[in-house]
Design a protein around this ligand. Structure first.
Ligand code: ATP
Ligand code: MG
Length: 224
């Protein structure tokens, strides 16, 4: 899965903020990338663009064979649903749905798999993230670490090419944070998914195989 940013800039016009300034990056299948840098340097803005949630104001984004900057919103939404999985700092589980229902959601939205298949895939992935004992629980009945493991199961159930994780450990203690990072690393190694993770934490970044440091909307340095 080829993902490339060519001289991508993002300006938030309402307050005239240049959040990204001519960023060029290439991501390959199986990369586990940590995007680091101080608050406000543009990490989430970058992740929103690689996650097809937002378009750049200038520059080009190549996703597979498509130039996404010229795609219609409808096609972009479909691509996002099929090829991207998201993990957020505050988990973003739906509070009125159980663990099982939350995790099934991406497959329900795609509408291709039969109920029986959905059930078995959900049960497999919950097993892998160690949540089989909590299938019928609601998010408010889970610990933070359990919520994030559920969110990871939801992010990967539809086998996306790219998993975008914005501060996935930002709201967890270090023990649960390490569990979540270990899980992301296992999925990356087993499935060859590209993981792009924003983080403030050097410890979290150490799980990645590649690190990008940003300052003020630009890439400052890169290391493997
Ligand atoms: N919708 C918006 N409108 C105007 N400015 C914005 C908007 N979203 C973000 N910004 C600004 O763009 C800059 C980059 O924001 P971004 O959220 O990408 O930073 P970040 O590196 O993720 O920070 P943090 O580590 O605090 O999450 C910030 O200065 C922010 O204030
Ligand atoms: Mg951010």
């Amino acid at each position: 899965m080829n993902l490339e940013l060519r001289a991508v800039s993002k300006k938030y016009s309402d307050h005239d903020v240049n959040a990204l300034r001519e960023v060029s990056l290439h991501f390959s299948s199986g990369d586990f990338v940590a995007v680091c840098g101080p608050s406000g340097c543009g990490k989430s803005t970058l992740l929103n663009i690689v996650g097809l949630m937002d378009k750049p104001t200038m520059g080009t984004v190549i996703f597979g064979d498509d130039d996404i900057t010229s795609l219609a919103d409808e096609k972009l939404t479909r691509l996002r649903g099929e090829r991207i999985g998201f993990v957020f700092q505050f988990f973003n589980l739906l509070s009125t749905m159980t663990v099982e229902e939350n995790v099934a959601l991406p497959l329900e939205i795609q509408g291709r798999a039969k109920p029986q298949e959905i059930k078995s895939r959900v049960s497999n992935i919950l097993e892998r993230v160690g949540m089989s004992h909590r299938v019928g629980f609601y998010p408010s009945q889970l610990s933070g670490g359990e919520m994030q493991r559920t969110a990871i199961a939801r992010a990967v159930i539809h086998k996306p090419k790219i998993v975008v994780a914005d501060e996935p450990t930002g709201n967890l203690d270090s023990e649960n944070g390490n569990l979540v990072l270990e899980l992301l690393k296992q999925l990356n190694q087993a499935e060859g998914q590209t993981i792009i993770m924003a983080t403030h934490s050097l410890e979290a970044a150490s799980y990645a195989s590649r690190r990008i440091d940003m300052r003020d909307g630009k890439v400052l340095s890169e290391a493997r």
